[in-house]
Design a protein. Structure first.
Length: 84
């Protein structure tokens, strides 16, 4: 199933997550740093969403309060809550 998340505090405008049970099948960032977003997407593909949440939660971008990886952790958490 697919879940679309609108991140806050980052350059990305949307994060689209595709899960099969708890396994991440695909992640697409719309907007933001293309190279970093594609890199993150490739690194998390095939991994357990709960493990990725633990790894990415709290990662900050510079002096900001969040980052695209942190926002991905929130997107994954919301998707799991909704049973996506």
């Amino acid at each position: 199933m697919e879940y679309i998340y609108k991140p806050t505090g980052v350059c990305s405008k949307l994060i689209t997550v595709e899960l099969e049970e708890e396994t991440i099948k695909k992640v697409v960032f719309t907007g933001g740093c293309s190279g970093n977003s594609r890199g993150i997407s490739q690194l998390v593909k095939g991994r357990n969403a709960k493990e990725v949440i633990e790894c990415l939660r709290g990662v900050r971008c510079g002096t900001g309060k969040t980052s695209c990886p942190d926002q991905l952790s929130l997107a994954l958490e919301k998707a799991l809550e909704q049973g996506v």
